[in-house]
Write a protein of this length. Structure first.
Length: 413
């Protein structure tokens, strides 16, 4: 695993009299207007940069009398400055770490600035609303084929239509995905594999929060099944699709709430604790436990699937989305703090960064917050806990599959 994201770009500001430009082949050079000299290295950091990817939508690169200039057709502006310079990247050298390019104020669209994701396929669960929608929208606006894994087809179609209104040639698709039904997960995975040969990006974004005690049709507590078990099952069913791709990625949305989980030992990873009876249920505790399950799943998946890059991330605290829809108290609290929290575009930035950032190639098993690598809780790093959760999750799925088969066999007799 390479070293990444050790410091910020606060020292990247140019001294007075200096200007940053890009050559025709994408190499960044620096002009000193006092001495009339140029150099390839940054005058402050001594490092080299390049600009990569396509120009933003609506921009055109032109040449006149040997002079390169750029036309912004949308705003009817002309400039000699390459618009991609704002997101120039440093040369990756083994002797130095890749530096942080984005932070908590970055948006998903800024992370993808200049990127061309054509010929990529992404499946995003819970893509019809909130952070999931902004994630799917940002990927689609940069050429990615985005499959909306959602329970409600009408809401998903409305979300897709919004994207088509922005970009007529966007490529979006709908996959009926009900995370309260393991039978539906099997059906959805089979339909996806029938239509798509491979899957480049799997984003496990869907989740519920502060849900009143509810059992799914499979007999498991809803928070645990929706936030972990069903998406765990979906990932396993799509293993071949992911492994068929070069540099495939799985991004699992967790939360800083994983630090407050009461799961501390392998004895806590019992079906009756993960999916408790009503008298032992506390909605916040169930959410915290499910977020630790997300972390443990990501860690174990990274160990078992070394050819796929696995990341977990925290999108932001108290982001105003539909996550709080099941509790009037949390809806009020989320609305109260909304002016002080991230926008949905900002909340989607870390997810998109994990799913697409070039500097994360050949890395795996990392947890991110604000597009920055963060430490996981001690419980989240416990390999015994991760292995036990994997085995317990498989057992719980197998029990439902066996029961379904028994019912099916009885119906035939």
């Amino acid at each position: 695993m390479v070293g990444i994201l050790n410091d910020s770009d606060s020292d990247d500001e140019l001294p007075p009299g200096w200007e940053e430009r890009a050559s025709h082949d994408g190499n960044v050079y620096y002009v000193n207007h006092f001495t009339k000299g140029t150099q390839w290295t940054h005058p402050q950091t001594g490092r080299k940069k390049i600009v990569e990817g396509e120009l933003p939508n609506g921009w055109e690169r032109c040449i006149s009398n040997g002079q390169i200039f750029f036309v912004d057709h949308a705003n009817r502006m002309t400039t000699y400055t390459d618009p991609r310079l704002a997101f120039a990247t440093e040369y990756r050298e083994l002797s130095q770490p890749v530096r942080q390019r984005f932070d908590g104020t970055s948006t998903a669209l800024s992370v993808l600035y200049g990127r061309d994701l054509r010929n990529k396929v992404a499946l995003v669960t819970g893509a019809n609303t909130g952070i999931g929608f902004e994630t799917a929208r940002s990927l689609a606006l940069h050429g990615c084929t985005v499959v909306f894994g959602c329970r409600n087809m009408k809401k998903a179609q409305l979300a897709i239509d919004k994207i088509y209104h922005e970009m007529e040639n966007a490529s979006c698709d709908f996959l009926h995905l009900d995370l309260c039904s393991l039978h539906n997960i099997r059906t959805a995975a089979a339909k996806f594999k029938q239509k798509y040969r491979a899957l480049d990006i799997l984003i496990l974004n869907a989740g519920v929060f502060a849900v009143p005690y509810t059992l799914t049709e499979d007999g498991y507590e809803m928070t645990f099944q929706v936030n972990h078990l069903s998406q765990f099952y979906l990932t396993l069913l799509l293993e071949h699709s992911l492994r068929s791709c070069c540099n495939a990625r799985v991004v699992i949305l967790s939360s800083e709430s994983h630090r407050f989980s009461l799961i501390q030992s392998i004895q806590d990873l019992h079906p009756l604790i993960l999916s408790p009876p009503a008298y032992k249920y506390w909605s916040m505790g169930a959410y915290n436990d499910s977020k630790l399950c997300n972390i443990l799943f990501a860690q174990e998946l990274a160990r078992r699937w070394p050819t796929v890059s696995i990341f977990s991330c925290h999108p932001g605290n108290m982001v105003s989305s539909d996550l709080s829809r099941y509790s009037w108290m949390y809806r009020f609290l989320f609305a109260l703090v909304r002016p002080f929290t991230k926008s949905l575009q900002q909340a989607a930035s870390t997810t998109v960064f994990c799913a697409t950032a070039a500097e994360l190639e050949s890395t795996t098993g990392i947890y991110f917050n604000n597009c920055y690598r963060c430490d996981i809780s001690n419980a989240g790093l416990d390999p015994q806990l991760a292995s036990r959760l994997w085995d317990t999750s498989q057992e719980m799925i197998i029990n439902v599959v066996k029961r379904d088969k028994l019912w099916y066999d009885l119906a035939l007799t």
